[in-house]
Design a protein around this ligand. Structure first.
Ligand SMILES: Nc1nc2c(ncn2[C@@H]2O[C@H](COP(=O)(O)OP(=O)(O)O)[C@@H](O)[C@H]2O)c(=O)[nH]1
Ligand SMILES: [Mg+2]
Length: 344
């Protein structure tokens, strides 16, 4: 606001100056001054000042009024959503990703939750359950760049609540859509559909087939609901990032050379050991993982093609909170996730 006041003062000051100079010129009989200061010249200068004011106000405004950016994680209970969000924050705060971008948690709730969960993740304890509320959203502010082109974003990351241990089989595809969280998610800018690889370690068994069928039905219906919500065309969903995030990629490596403590057979749903993550620095492990990724993508071809045809910013990302590419590198897939979900 003070900026607007300043610009108004400058424009008024310049115009007054013109009038005074013109008057002075006339009084002193300096014709060249009065002629030069014609109405045309005055309006040209006023126009130039107005344009500068508009441009500067626009840039100032971008900094002063943060741009809202809502990110919504959509997935069934126990699929690793809270862990994924926590891993994302942990990597950002450790400056292993997005260096130079300033991310500041906002509000006691977010600060407590994030720090408590990062500590739990790093010591291999279960994360605090998300049962208490109908909806939890992490609030952070993000500052990019340092020049006058810098921007301020108010980011909300919505975490789907509901941690009940109920069997997935009891959930119908519409279960997601009936929740209060989904009502919030309808207005998001970025949509992340989460698929738990724990159910997909053997693509031949019934569990995998049922899981796939449930997910495809419910994600397709979710997307259709989101589209229907924006039916008036107020928003162009084609430009919104949509991500299919596969979690727990470490569980795909259940071969001899995989780390047993994190493998499906021994750990099941127990918290993984962050201090002894699967390290993907060998050729064999990398090859094994990319082969598995390919077959998973082929398995989900229908939903991948559907979502891929709906937006120009579709990504399939494999992630793991307990795997890294090198011993001290960023957790698996988290950098790609950060790049696709945060504003550019
Ligand atoms: N092996 C493995 N387990 C994970 C990973 N991410 C989460 N989990 C486990 O999956 C369970 C559910 O995770 P949580 O984040 O609470 O799921 P949410 O209900 O979707 O929020 C927990 O026991 C986690 O320790 C992962 O990357 N690898
Ligand atoms: Mg959770």
């Amino acid at each position: 606001m003070s900026f607007l006041k300043n610009m108004t003062l400058i424009v008024l000051g310049a115009l007054t100056g013109f009038v005074l100079l013109g008057g002075l010129g006339a009084a002193l009989g300096l014709e060249f001054l009065t002629e030069f200061l014609t109405l045309e010249a005055a309006s040209l200068v006023a126009l130039w000042l107005a344009i500068t004011a508009v441009i500067t106000t626009y840039h100032e405004g971008k900094r002063a009024f943060p741009i809202s950016h809502m990110v919504s994680f959509i997935g069934y209970p126990r699929s690793g959503k809270t862990t994924l969000i926590t891993a994302l924050f942990s990597e950002v705060f450790a400056q292993r990703i997005l260096r130079g971008v300033n991310i500041i948690p906002r509000g006691a709730e977010t600060i407590e939750r994030v720090n408590e969960d990062i500590a739990r993740l790093e010591t291999g304890r279960e994360l605090a359950p998300t049962t208490a509320q109908d909806l939890f959203s992490y609030r952070v502010e993000m500052l990019t760049g340092k020049t006058s082109l810098s921007r301020r974003y108010k980011i909300e990351i919505g975490d789907f609540p509901g941690e009940d241990s109920e069997n997935l089989a009891n959930k119908d595809a519409a279960w997601l859509h009936k929740t209060k969280y989904f009502q919030w998610a309808l207005n998001a800018d970025v949509f992340i559909f989460v698929i738990d690889l724990e159910n997909l370690t053997d693509l031949g068994d019934d569990r995998a087939r049922e899981y796939k069928s449930l997910l495809e039905r419910s994600f397709r219906a979710a997307w259709q609901r989101i589209k229907e919500h924006h039916y008036d065309g107020a928003r162009k969903l084609r430009n919104n990032p949509v991500i299919l995030a596969f979690t727990k990629a470490d569980l795909l490596l259940d071969s001899e050379n995989s780390y047993r403590e994190n493998s499906a057979a021994s750990a099941g749903n127990a918290p993984g050991n962050y201090h002894r993550p699967v390290v993907l620095d060998s050729k064999e492990r990398n090859r094994e993982l990319s082969e598995k990724q390919e077959s998973i993508e082929a398995y989900f071809r229908d939903i991948i093609q559907y979502l891929g045809s709906e937006t120009s910013r579709f990504h399939v990302i494999f992630t793991s909170a307990f795997a890294k590419e090198k011993p001290d590198s960023v957790r698996f897939g988290i950098e790609e996730l950060a790049r696709s979900v945060l504003p550019k």
